[in-house]
Design a protein around this ligand. Structure first.
Ligand SMILES: Cc1cc2nc3c(=O)[nH]c(=O)nc-3n(C[C@H](O)[C@H](O)[C@H](O)COP(=O)(O)O)c2cc1C
Length: 355
């Protein structure tokens, strides 16, 4: 199999595995964030306003559909379903890694489909290893420029996925020089840095905050585990060693709420990783994130079609509004001022990393 066919096969495997198997971390840290009930909200439900501005874009709710796919026929359908939902409900949306289409332009239609919709915030996507291996800064700039043009993006998300690269057979484990690459790219492009399930430490956040990056998607632990995904892929082909790695690192990473709380002290923050419903979206705002990011929860509905994707998103927004009502939060700013109870392992992480 050549590189491009291998990438397409991997993408199809990811969609298949994530939509049919349990790939989530064993512990969801959002359950450690309790909002305090207000029995007398003193607002009318109808006046609750979920809108906000992020990266200069107006969103109707603090939600970004996190990048998942593209580069395949099924990826095109999924992106189209999600794009329709994002446009109808005016939330942000990212696409999956655009490497495939940068290498083979005939695949770009599966991402370009976003251009047919009025999505208020669009995030292009490229992997950190591809940038490290670009060979020259000029080539890295060309890749980023192509990825952004492909979907007429507002920002480019540079995704960090070294856990996945470390446990998958075809993984690209070159990370040396990445920070200086991000530093330079952030001068020339509107860059956000995005983890994909392992979160960001306070040290990394501090480092990034000294660069011109526009924000982060902390992509923390507690939701989709790419170690789990790779476990299933390795099991399928009888690769015992890789399957073992996938199982061992299944729950690796820093909880999403913890990374989000730290990052939000420095820049606009998207909290992706384990967000299952509108209550989790509210929790994300309460810990300091500007928006929640949602991936896997929207995958199966998006495969079903645009109506299912939109229905799922509508229900999530309704749940968010109920959480806002019951905390007496008339708007997103008031919700962000709510003082939650933090318990369990998340509290331990906060004590260890933050205080
Ligand atoms: C099928 C699938 C494919 C993904 N592909 C990408 C990708 O190409 N680039 C990326 O930055 N993140 C990718 N992600 C990671 C998500 O954007 C998100 O960070 C992660 O799934 C955690 O969110 P969740 O718990 O809501 O699923 C993918 C996730 C899924 C489920």
């Amino acid at each position: 199999m050549n590189d491009s066919n291998q990438t397409e096969k991997r993408k199809s495997d990811h969609i298949e595995i994530c939509s049919t198997k349990d790939v989530t971390a064993r512990y969801n840290f959002w359950d450690d964030i309790s909002l305090v009930h207000l029995a007398t909200p003193e607002i009318d439900y109808e006046e609750i306003d979920t809108q906000l501005r992020l990266f200069g874009c107006q969103l109707s709710a603090p939600i970004v559909i996190s990048g998942m796919t593209g580069g395949t026929e099924s990826g095109k359908k999924i992106n189209a379903s999600l794009a329709k939902a994002a446009s109808d409900l005016q939330v942000g949306m990212g696409v999956g890694s655009q490497r495939a289409a940068i290498e083979k332009t005939s695949l770009s239609g599966s991402y370009e489909v976003l251009r047919d919709f009025d999505i208020p915030l669009k995030l292009a996507n490229i992997g950190a290893p591809q940038l490290v291996m670009a060979g020259s800064y000029k080539h890295a700039c060309e890749m980023v420029g192509d990825a952004m043009d492909m979907i007429e993006a507002d920002l480019i998300a540079v995704h960090l996925n070294y856990l996945q690269e470390a446990v998958q057979p075809e993984g690209e484990k070159r990370a040396k020089g990445l920070l200086s690459m991000i530093r330079d790219l952030a001068i020339d492009f509107p860059v956000i840095v995005k983890e994909t399930g392992c979160g960001m430490s306070p040290e990394l956040i501090e480092t990034l905050s000294r660069m011109k990056v526009k924000g982060v998607d902390v992509g923390g632990a507690g939701g989709t585990s790419f170690s789990a995904v790779e476990y299933y892929r390795s099991q399928e082909v009888g690769d015992r060693m890789r399957a073992r790695l996938g199982r061992t690192f299944w729950d690796w990473g820093i909880p999403t709420p913890v990374s989000a709380a730290v990052a939000s002290l420095h820049f606009p923050t998207i909290a992706t990783g384990g967000v299952r419903n509108g209550l989790d979206v509210a929790r994300a705002v309460v810990v300091g994130a500007n928006t929640a990011g949602i991936a896997n929860r929207l995958l199966a509905p998006a495969i079903e079609g645009e109506d299912s994707a939109e229905a799922e998103l509508r229900e999530i927004i309704e749940e968010l509004k109920v959480a806002m009502f019951l905390t007496g939060s008339k708007n997103v700013k008031q919700l962000s001022e709510h003082d939650p109870l933090v318990s369990g392992p998340t509290r331990d992480w906060v004590e260890h990393l933050v205080t």
